[in-house]
Write a protein that binds this ligand. Structure first.
Ligand code: F6P
Length: 362
């Protein structure tokens, strides 16, 4: 068992409900094992700027219920430079931080792997509302974000029903449509538009027309922010705004546009997020204490386990069609087949849910 005296914990990238629960679990587990914990404030910037506080069992008390992250977060460009990395390493040395647990998404894990390469063992814990880390079935924050969207959509449906209107709702998720897809199904949206599946606009409009003819009054259409329309001048416009106007024009149903935006990232985490964050936080510390690093804690078919960060980042690029030359060179045929399997699993899940949304939401 590796004996670390002191570890650091940070949250980076877009905040996600449940990050606090992970910080709490990491802190308490490490302290129980006789390891001190330092909280790094403001993500990787905190490592560069020496913005560091000690965490105790009491200082992480009562945070499990809170949204946001008590350690704050940012997207730190300086950390990507060699100079920034050197400052971060010096800070670790100055504060006797032997290892880091980094909570966030793919950008955070790239930072964690760089730290490991520079001699500071790091472990990643997935925390992002988007659920867009291909290697894991689940990222902390996803469930809370979906429930926030669902509440928003249900409220809009009430008023749509009263006034015989349609509401196009744009939700976050970057290039990943899972929040839109799942909340679309759960809110009974008549159409769902996500980046992963080609959208048949004419079919969606026809569905609204025929449902209206059959007596349906209120409509919700869920669109992911990742779907963008390019106009004749080459300008990118959020597709939800474009679709909203088209629905009104072609169906005669008064149609409003609503963007829930960053509200989806806030709020008290759901049970699912508190529980998953706690389990993942615990595993992260166990991994470090077992002498492992450069691992990311993932959920695979309901089991919390771990994976090599570089492998996870490569799977992610494979799924997102962003593989660079040489990315696969270091992997065996079996490992590449395993990556393809993970990508296919996700594609199949999304495709089958999308199909279902069209079958049952009328
Ligand atoms: O990754 C989380 C996320 O909320 C995405 O859904 C969204 O595209 C992005 O972050 C927004 O980033 P920012 O907080 O920088 O506006």
């Amino acid at each position: 068992m590796t004996k670390f005296r002191r570890i650091g914990v940070l949250t980076s990238g877009g905040d996600a409900p449940g990050m606090n629960a992970a910080i709490r679990a990491i802190t308490r587990k490490a302290l129980d094992c006789g390891v001190e914990v330092m909280g790094i404030i403001g993500g990787y910037s905190g490592l560069i700027n020496e913005n560091i506080i000690p965490l105790t069992a009491r200082s992480v008390s009562n945070i499990i219920t809170r949204g946001g992250t008590m350690l704050y977060s940012d997207r730190c460009l300086e950390f990507k430079t060699e100079e920034g990395m050197q400052k971060a390493i010096n800070t670790c040395k100055k504060f006797n931080i032997d290892a880091i647990v980094a909570i966030g998404g793919d950008g955070t894990f790239r930072g964690a792997t760089d730290l490991t390469l520079h001699g500071i063992p790091a472990i990643g814990v997935t925390g992002t509302i988007d659920n867009d880390v291909t290697a894991t079935d689940y990222t902390v924050g996803f469930d809370t974000a979906m429930n926030t969207v669902l509440d928003f959509a249900d409220k809009l449906r009430d008023t749509c029903e009263s006034h015989a209107r349609c509401n196009v709702i744009e939700v976050m998720g970057r290039d990943c449509g899972q929040i839109a897809l799942m909340t679309g199904v759960a809110s009974g949206a008549i159409a769902v538009c996500i980046p992963e599946v080609p959208f048949d606009e004419a079919e969606a409009i026809e569905k609204i027309k025929s449902a209206k003819a059959a007596g349906k009054r209120g409509f919700v259409v869920m669109v992911s922010e990742g779907v963008v329309y390019t106009d004749e001048n080459g300008n990118s416009i959020p597709y939800g705004e474009v679709l909203c106007k088209k629905i009104q024009k072609e169906t005669g149903v008064e149609t409003k546009f609503a963007r829930i935006a960053h509200a989806v990232r806030g709020g008290s985490p759901t049970l699912r997020d508190r529980l998953t964050a706690s389990k993942m936080g615990l595993v992260a510390v166990e991994l470090l204490l077992a002498g492992k690093s450069n691992r990311v804690v993932i959920e695979d078919d309901g089991v919390i386990t771990d994976m090599d960060i570089l492998f996870a980042l490569t799977v992610d690029r494979m799924y997102k069609n962003k593989l660079k030359d040489g990315d696969l060179d270091r992997y065996s045929a079996e490992e590449i087949a395993e990556m393809e399997k993970i990508c296919n699993k996700r594609r199949e899940e999304i495709n089958s849910l999308y199909k279902m949304s069209y079958e049952i939401c009328k």
